[in-house]
Design a protein around this ligand. Sequence first.
Ligand SMILES: [Zn+2]
Length: 252
Amino acid sequence: MKFGEKTLQRGDNGADVEELQLRLAGFRGTIWDGDFGPGTELQVMTFQKDYMNMETPTGIVNGDTFAALDQFTQKFSINFEAIKCPCGVCDGFGQNRFKNKYQAGKSDIEAFYRYEYPGIHKAILNSFRAAQFYANQAGYDIPYPTSGYRCWVNNEQKNRQSTNHMGKALDIDFPLKPNEDKQDDCNRCNAVRGLLVEKCGFQIGWSAGNMKALEPADIAPTWIHMDVRCYSRKYLDDKYFIKNIQELNGHL
Ligand SMILES: [Zn+2]
């Protein structure tokens, strides 16, 4: 059964529920475990209320909600050319190197995991869509990606050690208006970070497990960095990392 052919509601489970959870990753957002529980229901109701302007959200995903999900996907698109690795050596999404390898002298946690994931995580890309929607709704310009995948070749070129951008992270920003200065830029990024916490279920920093994260303002003053590095390994399986819009939008 293809995604969109079967009504989904609380108590359901399976691959199409997982796909729904990923599509709605930026509407509150929960784990993508294929189980339609109260967290998924809240995601659906948030989407119905905020995006579909439904007066009485049902939490049930039927024809109208599937159609709205498709419209949302089309309306808030993602330019994959802009999120590819700029190293000039890999295909844009690393070389799938360093599986099970951690940085020397560091603990075996995701922050130090050297693996070049095979693409960018669906939950981050779909959260970027929700960020576009909520920012626009709040009166800001639509944010655009400034940095997506950065493989180890690019790290060496730039003399950095961070593993976040090997599929788990995306940086976004807003166009600076002619009369704006750096402080205006910082203020806007701070305000939108607040919006992403309130609406999309992000945390600032990395203290909670299985939750989307934003870098705090002292690390990312004039841009917004979002990542999924706090998730346990099963939610970072290779199958969640994709390299093109077809894979992101593809129905099961
Ligand atoms: Zn590269």
